[in-house]
Design a protein around this ligand. Structure first.
Ligand SMILES: [Zn+2]
Length: 208
């Protein structure tokens, strides 16, 4: 059963395009709410007690035998451990393959003059630079894109499709270890996934 919003120990609205970092104790629950619909929320997790252990798309996909994340998905680390389990999901599908937008992807996907536009990779680097953790760009593996719809076509291509989320849909997960959470509330202005319109998200945490 969903925990009551009033009982959350943390409740924060993250503006469109902004980074966020936070801690989840083992057994705590994190909910990310897509307040206006079709926002992409680029997310990474690190083991707070061993920062070299982090979310691994490869291990997660291989173990569950599926490309998309939803209720029941175990988010695994590069050491194969379950870091978090998705316990509730009113969106239904989250991307594991698209990665973070960056100056490079802005250039390749869109146009050379898009290179200097605000990107998720810049957000990640900014958050790491302002944190007390010894993490650098070498510590940015392939991330989850919550609420983002990147279907794989029958011929094996990735397609950045219209979003399937909607206002107030959310994804909720339980930490299975102490984790550091790194989020970029995607600032991308060139992608149909978010209807070319970045919007705020709400982050809630409940004690375990
Ligand atoms: Zn992005």
């Amino acid at each position: 059963m969903s925990p009551e919003v009033e009982r959350a120990r943390y409740d924060y609205t993250l503006a469109a395009g902004e980074p966020w970092m936070g801690l989840l104790g083992c057994g705590e629950t994190l909910r990310i709410v897509d307040l206006e619909g079709n926002q992409a929320v680029d997310t990474l997790f690190y083991n707070l007690n061993d920062l070299e252990e982090h979310y691994s798309a490869v291990d997660t996909i291989r173990t569950q035998g599926s490309l998309y994340l939803t209720t029941g998905s175990a988010l695994r680390s590069n050491l194969g451990a379950v870091m978090l389990t998705i316990t509730e999901d009113t969106c239904g599908r989250h991307d594991t393959l698209g990665g973070a937008c960056s100056a490079e992807s802005n250039t390749v996907r869109y146009a050379l003059e898009k290179r200097y536009m605000h990107s998720c990779r810049d957000n990640f680097l900014l958050a790491l630079a302002h944190s007390d953790y010894p993490l650098t760009k070498r510590d940015l593996p392939s991330n989850i894109n919550f609420f983002m719809n990147v279907p794989v076509t029958p011929d094996g291509q990735l397609s950045f499709a219209d979003g399937i989320s909607a206002a107030n849909r959310f994804v909720q997960m339980r930490a299975e270890m102490d984790v550091l959470v790194l989020i970029s509330n995607c600032p991308q202005l060139n992608n149909p996934c978010n209807a070319y319109n970045p919007t705020p998200i709400r982050i809630l945490i409940w004690a375990g």
